[in-house]
Design a protein. Structure first.
Length: 216
C-alpha cells in the first residue's frame, strides 16, 4: 500500500465519521409546534353547545388522528371573564378538556394546574358557551405540560423512551433551556415538541423552528 492509498483511505474514514456525527446531531433536533388554547369535547357536549345531532367539521389534520375543527367556543372563567373564538379539536372524546396558557388563566381568573393531557381530575372549573347552549364543567381546565411527540423510529434514533423526561435547548438569541419535557411515543405521532404560547413567546420561537434534545 503506497502513500496515496493511505491518504485516500484516511480521507474516506474521516468523511464517514463526519457524516455519522452530523447524522447523530441532526437526530437530536426536533421541530416546534406552538399549541394555542383549545378545547376537546364529548359528543354529548358537542350537541349541548352546537345542537342535537351536530357533528364536528374537520378544518385541518393534526397528528395522532386529531384535527382542528371549524367550530369555536367561548370559555368563561370566574366573574364572567371570557376568551372568545377558542378552537375545538376533534375527534370527540369521552370527556371535555380545556387547555390554556398561564397567561390565559390570569385573564380568566381561574387556577388551572399544570397537567399531562388527559389528567383533569381536580382541575379548574370552566364554562363553555356555544351557539346553541352553554356547559359548566366543574373540572377540566388545565395548562398542558410541555412534551415531545415522537414516532418509535425517531425515539430509537435519539435513544429515548416513552415517559422519559428530557431537557431541550433553544439555540437562538434567547438561549433558553427547558427542563421537564416528557417524551410521548406512539406510531401515530409525527415527531414534534409542543410548547404553549407563553413558552414560545418567552423563548422567541415559532412553529417550524428547531430545538435540540440535550444529552447527558
Amino acid at each position: 500500500m503506497d502513500d496515496r492509498d493511505i491518504v485516500l483511505i484516511t480521507k474516506k474514514v474521516i468523511e464517514a465519521i463526519e457524516k455519522q456525527t452530523a447524522s447523530n446531531e441532526n437526530s437530536d433536533m426536533v421541530p416546534v409546534g406552538v399549541s394555542a388554547r383549545h378545547v376537546h369535547l364529548s359528543q354529548e357536549q358537542v350537541e349541548i353547545l352546537f345542537g342535537t345531532g351536530y357533528q364536528l367539521t374537520k378544518k385541518k389534520e393534526l397528528m395522532g388522528g386529531q384535527y382542528a375543527c371549524e367550530e369555536q367556543v367561548t370559555i368563561v372563567g370566574s366573574k364572567l371573564r371570557a376568551i372568545e373564538n377558542v378552537r375545538v379539536l376533534g375527534p370527540v372524546r369521552s370527556a371535555a378538556q380545556v387547555e390554556v396558557s398561564a397567561t390565559d388563566t390570569l385573564r380568566l381568573g381561574v387556577k388551572a394546574p399544570f397537567r399531562e393531557s388527559g389528567n383533569t381530575a381536580g382541575s379548574a372549573a370552566i364554562t363553555l358557551v356555544g351557539p346553541k347552549g352553554a356547559l359548566y364543567l366543574d373540572e377540566g381546565c388545565i395548562i398542558a405540560k410541555r412534551h415531545i411527540h415522537m414516532s418509535p423510529q425517531d425515539a430509537t434514533a435519539v435513544g429515548v423512551h416513552d415517559g422519559e423526561m428530557v431537557s431541550v435547548a433553544i439555540e437562538n438569541e434567547r438561549g433558553l433551556i427547558f427542563n421537564h419535557v416528557q417524551i410521548r411515543v406512539d406510531s401515530s405521532f409525527t415527531t414534534e415538541i409542543h410548547f404553549d404560547t407563553d413558552e414560545a413567546n418567552a423563548a422567541n420561537i415559532a412553529t417550524g423552528d428547531m430545538v435540540r434534545i440535550m444529552r447527558g
